[in-house]
Structures are given as C-alpha cells and as structure tokens.
Design a binder for this molecule. Structure first.
Ligand SMILES: Cc1cc2nc3c(=O)[nH]c(=O)nc-3n(C[C@H](O)[C@H](O)[C@H](O)COP(=O)(O)OP(=O)(O)OC[C@H]3O[C@@H](n4cnc5c(N)ncnc54)[C@H](O)[C@@H]3O)c2cc1C
Length: 374
C-alpha cells in the first residue's frame, strides 16, 4: 500500500495549522510555509460550535483550547431593542463534560495552534511562499519564493481567501465575490450578562456580543454598504456608532465607547466556493482557499479545521493519492457547500429584512448538519 509521507502546507492560518497537527499525528513529515514574517492575526474573536470542539478533542488540544476560551451552551436571539426572543440550545458534541460552543480571541486560538504545530514536529517557516510546482509520477517539486526548492508527495494550499496556490492551480478561473455586507468588530471588557452569544436583529444587519474570556468580549455588526471602498480610518468610529443607532439594550450602552479607530476591525465580506474537485494532481486546496464563507453561521474556521482532520485520516489509510483526494471531496464538498450557500443566504435575508423565524430555522438546521460526523 502506498503511504503519503511528506506534505507541504502553504499558510499557517487556522486550517493549515490544524491540518499540520493532524498530519503529524498520523506520522507524516510536514513543512509549513507562511507568507507573514511574524505570527500575527487580524481581527478580534471567533465563535466556534460543537463540531469544532469535537475536532479539538480529536487533535488532542481540547483542554488547552478551552483554557483560553469562554464556554457557553446556547445562542440568544434578541430584538433590536434588546428584548430576549429565544435561546437556541447547541448540542454538546464532544461529550457531556465539554461545552457546546465557545468564543475565543483569534490571537489566543492562534497561539494554541502554533504551539501545538511546533510541538508536533511540523517545521514552520515564516516569511516564505511558493512560486511554482513541477509534478512527476511520484512526487511534486515546489519552488519557494526564496529561490529554494524541495520535493513532497502532497501540497496543501491553506493560504486563505486570496490564495496564491489557487491561482497557481486554476489561473484566474475562480474569483471571490463581494456580498454587499461588511462586518464591524470591537473588543470590550466583558459584561457579566454577556455569558453566551447574543444576536440582535437590526433593520438592515445584525449586531451581536460574544464572550471571549472572563474579562473580554467583542461586539460585531453586519451592515449593508453600497460603496465597496474601505472607509477612511478616522471615520470608522463615527460610522460604526451611526450604524448602531437602531439598537437598544446593551448595544446602545456600549456604543459611545467606540471612539478609537485602531480598536475597530472593519471588513467587507467576500465569498468563493470552488466547484469540485479542489485538487489537481498532488495539490489540494482546503479552508478559505477553496470555500470562503461569510460569518453568519459561525462556521468558516470550523470547515477549515474539519478539512485538515479528514485529509489526515484519509491519507493515513494509504492507497493512491488520487483516491484519497477523491474521497476527500466526497466527504467535504456537500458539507462546505451547505455552509457557504446558507451563510450567504442568511446575509441576503438580513439585507432583505426577512423574518426572524426563518433565520432561527436556518441556524437550527446548521447546528443539526454540523452535528453529523465528518
Ligand atoms: C468578519 C469575519 C468573521 C468571522 N467569524 C468567524 C467565526 O465566528 N467563526 C468561524 O468559524 N469562522 C469565522 N470566520 C471565518 C474564518 O475566519 C475563516 O474561515 C478561517 O480563518 C479560514 O482559515 P484558513 O486557514 O483557511 O485561512 P486563513 O485563516 O485566512 O489563513 C491563511 C494563512 O495563509 C497565509 N498566506 C496567505 N497567502 C500566502 C502565501 N502566498 N504563501 C504562504 N502563506 C500565505 C496567511 O498569512 C494566513 O496565515 C469569519 C470571517 C470573517 C471575514
């Protein structure tokens, strides 16, 4: 039986690091190259549900991950004025002793994953990318941006929404698309009542509060933006506050604290879903490189993490690499497509003021789908 023993992962983001950890667990040699010269992450916090907690346990990271996160068991839906409408329970997929969902700061998550990848024996090289691939029957030669080259049996492109590996594989055949919504985010000291993810349905976008640690939480807002140009930095606080005016309750209480442009993370949402297959020869795309979703269902990173775990499991079974990658697509495509398409739909419903009941049903369906084994 043919075993894949050497893998290059391009991109040390959430998906690439989890793939590297999972591949090392199965005994494969793993190099990771990361474009950034330093480990740094944009953004504030991230919401992760039961399916991610289940995979963190499989990766052997659950306790250190939970130690850095804020756990909760349900999602609250609120009116714009701040009235609680309902709480949606989330299943405890990793076992009754573990929480259903968490909020975690992106930096804390990254630190856990980078440390685990290094401990696993994966070799992480910073400030480096790939320039070209030359494939032969038994391996693939990778030319790096520093002029070096090396042979591997598989290359995993985990280099995110603007993936270079995707361009090297498919040229300009696939482009990301802006959805018309943007997301505004800001950290605050956690208020005691923010002990679960709370989502506030506004007139043309949702606001929300998510706990990230005992002393930290973040606020997010989706807004419809007709102009895709990035706002001027100094205008960000006023623009964010203006868009929060329709909200009451805790959101209104926090609004006036938004004054420093450097504390605001603004991002126009863009999406892409590649048709199957996400590979050519010995190069496979995973995570946002293959399927970038909007954050509406809180599952983009979850899908990237699951990709890495499934890939490692299939490669460890041996057999021709083409068969493993075909099986990977069979296991991953429909699930990721469901998340991307329904996250986009949720954003469209926000923009069209579609009823709360529909959004509740879709969030519940997402939890049921992602509870299924991967
Ligand atoms: C506003 C917003 C909120 C979100 N909230 C959530 C949430 O609450 N829950 C959730 O599950 N998901 C959320 N997501 C989605 C989540 O952030 C992504 O799905 C996830 O980060 C994808 O992981 P990845 O590893 O595929 O890509 P990334 O995390 O983007 O990592 C890609 C890595 O590749 C590196 N790289 C790029 N180009 C190269 C290159 N040429 N060579 C080498 N390295 C390269 C980058 O520097 C980066 O380190 C959100 C997304 C957005 C935009």
């Amino acid at each position: 039986m043919a075993y894949t023993s050497s893998v290059l992962v391009v991109g040390a983001g959430i998906g690439g690091l989890c793939a590297a950890i999972a591949l090392r667990q199965r005994g494969m040699d793993v190099d990771i190259v990361e474009l950034q010269p330093r480990i740094s992450v944009y953004g504030v916090g991230i919401i992760q549900h039961g399916n991610v907690i289940r995979e963190m346990e499989r990766l052997g990271l659950l306790q250190r991950y939970l130690d850095r996160a804020f756990a909760f068991d349900d999602v609250g839906q609120y009116s714009a004025s701040g009235e609680l409408l309902r709480r949606i329970p989330v299943q405890r997929l990793a076992g009754e002793q573990f929480p259903a969902s968490v909020g975690i700061s992106r930096l804390a998550l990254h630190n856990v994953l980078v440390q685990a990848a290094r401990e696993s024996g994966a070799k992480l090289r910073l400030g480096l990318s790939v320039d070209a691939f030359t494939e032969s029957a038994h391996d693939i030669e990778v030319s790096f941006s520093d002029g070096g080259s090396q042979q591997y049996e598989l290359v995993v492109g985990a280099d995110g929404v603007h993936s270079k590996v995707r361009r090297l594989l498919f040229g300009n055949a696939y482009q990301t698309r802006l959805t018309g919504q943007s997301v505004w985010r800001h950290n605050f000291a956690r208020l005691p009542e923010v002990d679960h993810l709370s989502s506030y349905a506004g007139p043309s976008g949702n606001a929300g509060l998510c706990p990230l640690a005992a002393d930290l939480m973040y606020m997010y807002l989706t807004s419809q933006e007709s102009d895709n140009a990035r706002p001027r930095r100094e205008n960000l606080p006023q623009m964010f506050r203006n868009r929060l005016l329709p909200f009451g309750g805790l959101i209104a209480r926090l609004r006036e604290q938004i004054v420093d442009p450097d504390e605001i993370v603004y991002r126009a949402l863009e999406v892409i879903l590649l048709p199957a297959p996400w590979y050519r020869g010995r190069v496979l795309l995973i995570g946002d490189a293959a399927h970038t979703t909007t954050p509406h269902l809180g599952q983009g990173a979850g899908m990237a993490i699951e990709d890495g775990v499934v890939l490692a499991e299939l490669l460890a079974q041996g057999g021709p690499i083409g068969s493993s990658l075909a099986e990977f697509m069979r296991r991953r495509f429909a699930r990721c497509k469901f998340i991307v398409e329904n996250s986009i739909l949720m954003g469209e419903w926000e923009m069209q003021l579609r009823s709360e009941a529909d959004r509740f049903a879709l969030a519940t369906q997402m939890l049921e789908v992602t509870a299924q084994p991967i």
